[in-house]
Design a protein around this ligand. Sequence first.
Ligand code: PA5
Length: 340
Amino acid sequence: MRPETGTDQMLELVLGLPDQLERGADLARAVALGRRRRVDSVLVAGMGGSGIGGRIARGLLLDSCPVPFQVCSDYHLPAVAGRKSLVVVVSFSGNTEETLSAYGQAHRRGCSMVAITGGGELGRLAARHGVPVVTVPGGMPPRAALGYLFSALLVTLEQLGICTSQQSGLKEAVRLMRRQRRSWHSRARTIARQLKGSLPMVYSTSRMLDPVADRWRCQLNENSGVLCHTNALPEHNHNEIVGMGRPARVGRLGVVIALLDRETDPRTRFRLKAMLDITLGAYRSAVLFDTEGRSRLARVFSLVMLGDLVSVELARLLNKDAMEIGRINRLKETMAGRKR
Ligand code: PA5
């Protein structure tokens, strides 16, 4: 059946996440990366829906990556980016000005580079400079291409020896999502009803899950068209706990969504429960979600997909077209009309 509305189209794209993961990995494997010098740092440059894959990869690899791994979502690369850095530049459209600026800096500084894109100016520049390009399929919003962009990045890092093989994790993630997507979708409908008219407050409880909370926020912002707050435990317990529920008008709107994983420190789990007790009355309700699956990759994507589905179902309840991001487009047009 053909999707009828923008929101139906977005739902189809979200349900296709496992297929994208497989295809993105194949596309990256087919790219010749050539001989590379040893690198002492990794940077992923990308904004919004193109940057989030870098953050998720960083969260997954942080505890095993032998070199510092940063994500740059800005015009300027940090000082550390130099001849011994690998810079992976990711832009789905290939035309995002901050990302193109980061590309130019990486090129001028002689960094080792790879581009991941659907084409655009980034594709053209990379071809001109002989920078290897993983070209992902177009025809969808960048945030809906996460599967392609993420697995292309992960396999690129694997091919360059930055991380060990991620194949079994990828395979498990794909299997798990295919098996569970319908049941997660029905759970997402229930959560969306709970979130309607609320201020979602998404809390992560481990470094690996920090970017998953970010993904929930970005998807609730763009697909559902609502504000969403994120923070991470245990840090939250040392500042935000005092401010929760104030002003009272805001507190009455807050729905806490806590993301947990088997790697969440047991003390952090306990902290979450204690914090929810202490702040009772400072939020409307709270829901706790644990990851599913064995590998870290599958676990991360179990909550990524759930969040994506929630954002689509909330869009539906709010009569927001999940494909529509008029304000982002207007701002990009305004910026394009004003040269530096
Ligand atoms: O989801 C979106 O459309 C945005 O967040 C874009 O990803 C962001 O504006 C960057 O554009 P691009 O992904 O094309 O580089």
